[in-house]
Design a protein around this ligand. Sequence first.
Ligand code: 6GU
Length: 253
Amino acid sequence: MRIHILTLFPDMFIGPLDHSIVQRATQRGIAHIETHNIRDYATDKHRITDDYLHGGGSGMLLKPEPIFRAVEAILGQEREDGAPPSIILLTPQGRLFNQRIAEELAKKNRLILICGHYKGVDERVREHLVDDEISIGDYVLSGGELAAMVLVEAIVRLLPGALGSQDSLVDDSLTSGLLGPPQYTRPASFREWEVPSVLLSGNHALIARWRRQQTLLRTHQRRPDLLEKALLTEEERRWLQGLDRQPENILVS
Ligand code: 6GU
């Protein structure tokens, strides 16, 4: 996958993309990530990328010309190979990013991520250039850079071959749309806090059952909204409904 990032602050990407899974995916040629400075595509001699609002109001807006020119330069470079890229604007007005969207984007060959700044971008970028708008949550960031990094990290780790054999996508919290169960490593006893004995029992069926119950319980307690859309058996739904009345039905550890 090729990912192009358009930003006024390319240096912000130097650290985050050079570690861990994203770094390994880049080194293995699974992901190719390139930043482009929007300022390099400004047309005037002062290389201006922002301007005042038509109609008045406080703050500055990213001008359309440099963004269109940057995207068109990338498209021109790459036109030969296959399907057109998805052009995504990072903005708090976009659809809320989640694991399902990460999976959807991981299927694309090429992505162009545009990081907004200041008060946002000229509406014509939205209307006539981008295919998609994404937000990473209901809070204000000064720019789309950190949001773009969040997308890159979430997407790249899904690419075939990006994870090592030790890591597994299947067991990830949220891959199934639910929160993961409590996990423990050695020592079995730490400051007299014991690992639940079921995990030391060697009984794999019982362990699987305990983990599934903890997954359901945790999601029920912390993110009941996730349970509405999750794939649960009828028995599991009834068990959860019964819990509020009879909490002792939880498998003891
Ligand atoms: Cl994508 N951009 C900005 N500027 N703020 C955000 C965001 C994006 N997502 C949440 N807050």
